[in-house]
Design a protein around this ligand. Structure first.
Ligand SMILES: [Zn+2]
Length: 346
């Protein structure tokens, strides 16, 4: 076998930072964590506009008394302020306005039914002018003639018609943060929402709940993704090896399917363990059996499968790197003993 270089990466860093529910390891993505922590400041600016911090910021950077849509903010300022400005699209995406009197909601730049932002970003709408750029939703409903010149175009009439349909009442507008069911901002829920956007769920999520040590769960995770360093994976990474299975001594290209299911030694061990054959005839079936609550397997049988996969992998490595061999009977006894310990202590 050619010498294997150090530092083979089984998964990308981005994938490792995904939550476990979408097939990652749940490591913290510090850049995204920082983004969500900064979003919290924007939330505070809106959610508690009378707080001392909010009053100071609005005095320094705002241009109107009540409407605080980002378009009205000063684009210059401290690094902290500029970092906040970069996040305004994220903020507008997740913060929905609950309209009361409509005075705190920007007609053009905040979502009140029509989301101009989704069409134009922070660019100008053709109907926008110096006269009406700062108007609130309340202004558009109560004094449309003050902000738009007659005659009104069909498009403007249509937009104002939709504004008229918004019910306004006493009280100040407030925000609903749609990453959280209670509508309040939280760093954890926002981080999760942004990290999981567009990702599909990991189909074997329950392997993280098995009664096995964490190191074995991690190993099963990589097995389920087909990322353990069997000969086929080494070849994909440009490491050339003479095809050979060190378990059955056959000239075959070793892959996870062969090592854990098709190899003569693997079959012999599964036979000795008396695990139902559908659960052990492919890696996919094994993962499905470990994940499913309706597989018909007891918790102990699942732990036996985990221990067997783990033991086969360690035996394979012992045969390659230490030139030591155990019989199938010895491996069977070890698997049962180990599984019993896992059931007791994990
Ligand atoms: Zn083999």
């Amino acid at each position: 076998m050619t010498k294997i270089p150090c530092g083979i990466h089984l998964l990308s860093w981005d994938r490792l930072c995904m939550p476990k529910s979408v097939g990652g390891l749940g490591l913290i993505d510090l850049k995204l964590q920082n983004t969500t922590l900064l979003l919290k400041w924007l939330w505070r600016l809106y959610d508690n506009p009378d707080s001392q911090w909010s009053l100071v910021v609005r005095q320094l950077y705002g241009k109107r008394d009540r409407v605080i849509a980002p378009i009205h903010w000063n684009q210059e300022g401290s690094f902290f302020w500029k970092d906040l400005l970069k996040l305004r699209t994220y903020f507008q995406l997740f913060a929905k306005h609950k309209i009361k009197d409509g005075a705190d909601t920007s007609f053009w730049f905040e979502s009140w039914g029509i989301s101009f932002l989704s069409y134009f970003g922070f660019h100008k709408h053709p109907l926008m002018s110096r006269k009406n750029i700062h108007m609130s939703l309340r202004d558009a409903i109560i004094h449309p003639f003050k902000f738009f010149s007659a005659p009104f175009t069909a498009e403007l009439n249509s937009i104002l018609c939709q504004a008229q349909q918004v019910c306004i009442s006493e009280g100040r507008d407030n925000l609903f943060w749609n990453c959280n069911s209670d509508g309040h901002f939280s760093v954890a829920s926002t981080y999760k929402r942004m990290k999981m956007a567009g990702k599909t769920r990991y189909k074997y999520e329950n392997i993280w709940k098995l009664k096995t040590p964490p190191s074995l769960k991690h190993f099963l995770f990589y097995v389920s993704l087909g990322r353990i360093l069997t000969q086929d994976q080494l070849l994909k990474r440009g490491i050339h090896i003479n095809p050979r299975c060190y378990m059955c001594q056959q000239q075959v290209l070793e892959d996870a399917e062969h090592l854990f299911c098709q190899c003569v030694l693997a079959k012999e061990i599964w036979g000795r363990l008396r695990i139902t054959s559908w659960a052990t005839n492919s890696v996919q079936n094994m993962c499905q059996a470990l994940h499913s609550c309706n597989s018909g397997l007891s918790q102990f049988e699942k732990t036996i499968i985990c221990s067997a996969i783990w033991t086969l992998w360690k035996e394979r490595n012992s045969r390659i790197f230490r030139d030591t061999t155990r019989t199938s009977q010895a491996l069977h006894d070890w698997i049962v003993q180990e599984a019993t310990l896992f059931m007791k202590f994990c």
